[in-house]
Design a protein around this ligand. Sequence first.
Ligand code: TYM
Length: 330
Amino acid sequence: MTPRVLSGIQPSGNLHIGNYLGALGNWVKMQHDYESIFCIVDLHAITVYQKPEELRAKVREIAALFLAAGIDPQHSRIVVQSTVAAHSELAWLLTCVTPMGWLERMTQFKAKAAAQESVGDGLFQYPVLMAADILLYQANIVPVGEDQMQHLELARDIAQRFNSLYGETFTMPATRLPLVGARVMGLDDPTAKMSKSATGSGHAVALLDPPATIKKTIMRATTDSNPGVDFETMGPGVQNLLNIFQAFSDWTNDQMKAHFTGMRYGDLKKQVTEMTISKLEPIQKRYAEIVADPGYLEGIIRAGADAVRPTADATVRLVKERMGIYTETA
Ligand code: TYM
């Protein structure tokens, strides 16, 4: 059987080059080696308040960006999480085997909860829903950025616990990080991860930013007080710019060192800007074509859900049977 890949992105905020280098771009490269499912996880997005009309538009925007970035709809399934009810159903079944202590340890929960006045239960349950996304399809490989590693460990823990309580049911999913680009940092503050929710210009390069904005953001990026690139002593800002260049270009470490050692920061930034624009421009062009035909996009979203629903439903049926939940026998 061909191994299965599954991953997802939340339709909240603007997708940025961190999402692309850590996840989406990597999916595009690996999709044909596997049976691939890529989800737009709208049920995750509502764990913090989303304006309804914005959420509705975002789901379509992200689906279009998946296609524009090179997800092949003839091969890979693009699934809007909420359109396959089994995601929610399995999440509840798994909630019942997940100790609260495991969820209390999640660093993303702690960080997000600290930033909210009132913390919804959904934010707490978030990683269980993520485990459900993965286990529902018995995914073998989950390509994500570094910030999702703890959630994936939890998904494996939940799978293991379920298997030991009720018998072998779930495949253990492996985490797959990109070699470079697993953690792109904020351009304004290279000690913090580039994030969709962080506002303020200068922080992130969004995939749909026009070239002039990209240039402005990168040229203003935080560096350090060295006179030029020094691979031994560079600070996190310079390291981040080099990482971005390397992740886009696929250059080797040796190529990077030979080319950038000693380069002044103004020139480094110019080259990172040019590289970024050259990679994003074709995506933006395709994006404009795709959104001009909403019927096409709707068709792909519908076909994605229709294709995966039988697998998802079969898993829920099996899980219910294992747990002794009422299932029709005749
Ligand atoms: P989300 O929407 O926050 O991010 C989507 C993907 O982008 C990666 N990423 C980054 N990679 C490198 N540098 C960064 N600064 C950066 N920021 C984000 C993330 O690691 C992720 O791969 N919980 C998930 C969505 C999800 C999911 C799933 C993922 C729901 N169900 C099942 C995999 C499998 C999330 O919030 O990702």
